[in-house]
Design a binder for this molecule. Structure first.
Ligand code: PAF
Length: 286
């Protein structure tokens, strides 16, 4: 496997000097923001960026402002050297790994309002989470000024927030959404999966299994309430789970549906704890 060089930046000013040269050479910039603990899902974002942009920049920053739970922030996996090696192998051009002081020299108290979008689903269960995401992504977009930015489809609501953010801030950045990559048993790839112990990892595979039942149940004519009851009862049969939400929503607005007839296209979304680890997943139904 060819191993490339990846430039490592920790200071905003140095990254911006490098980016100014790229822009002077009329090269397009692709940006992949991450919180590290990279897995093949992240690498697929890098690969997509490399196809459509001249230069690819990845950021690795475990953003404290988006964690509403201190323990979650503390236990978030950090594997910087492995991440750098993966980025080298993927042919990523540069990685930005700022410290918290570099990103937040003073406390950022910006408040974003995305209307109902940041108050439902993830927004409801993780208060302040999307405000923190919007703060850090707007800072990154301002620092990197990419032509295109790449995000995973697993974070469907986050992608909607980021699209709304770019619109709100009049940013000329194309948001590219890439498909969720899955483990062999269907579990959506996530940095948090590494925190599951062997037993929890074994039970976590029920999430994609149940999600895959939703479309056939819909096609059999089952109504949303009945599908929800089915998912909840299947989860209740197994221990070590705590469901935050299971919802079927309009793909366009993410408004929760009571009946399939209320929207043209539907998406099922789930968030649940396996032990102490919170996992999310979604599946487009039509
Ligand atoms: O999806 C993530 O990993 C994070 O929310 C992001 C977009 C890198 C912002 O910290």
């Amino acid at each position: 496997m060819p191993v490339y060089k990846v430039l490592i930046f920790t200071k905003i000013s140095e990254l911006q000097e490098f980016l100014a040269q790229i822009r002077a050479n009329k090269k397009s910039i692709g940006f992949v923001p991450t919180m590290g603990a990279l897995h093949p899902g992240h690498i697929s974002l890098i690969n997509t960026s490399k196809i459509v942009c001249n230069v690819t920049i990845c950021s690795i920053f475990v953003n404290p402002t988006q964690f509403n739970d201190k323990n979650d922030l503390e236990r978030y996996p950090k594997t910087p050297q492995i991440d750098i090696d993966l980025l080298k192998n993927a042919g990523c051009d540069a990685v930005f790994m700022p410290s918290a002081e570099e990103m937040y020299p003073v406390k950022d108290e910006t408040l974003f309002d995305f209307g109902y979008l940041d108050k439902i689903l993830e927004g409801k269960h993780r208060p302040g989470h999307f405000n923190g995401v919007a703060i850090v992504v707007s800072k990154f977009f301002n620092i990197v000024k990419p032509d295109q930015a790449f995000f995973g489809g697993k974070d469907y609501q986050q992608v909607m927030i980021i699209k709304a953010l770019t619109k709100k801030l009049d940013l000329n950045i194309k948001i590219v959404v890439c498909p969720t990559l899955r483990e062999k048993d269907g579990l959506a790839m996530s940095s948090r999966n590494t925190l599951l112990n062997a037993k929890e990892r074994e039970v976590a595979k029920i999430i994609p299994k149940l999600m895959n039942q939703v479309l056939p149940l819909k096609e059999k004519g089952m109504q949303i309430e009945e599908i929800k009851a089915h998912i909840v009862s299947e989860l209740n049969k197994r221990g070590n789970y705590e469901l935050d939400y299971f919802a079927i929503c309009d793909t366009e607005t993410l408004k929760e549906l009571n009946s399939f007839s209320e929207a043209k296209h539907h998406i099922a979304l789930i968030a649940c704890y396996v032990g102490k680890i919170r996992l999310i997943d979604n599946l487009l139904l039509s």
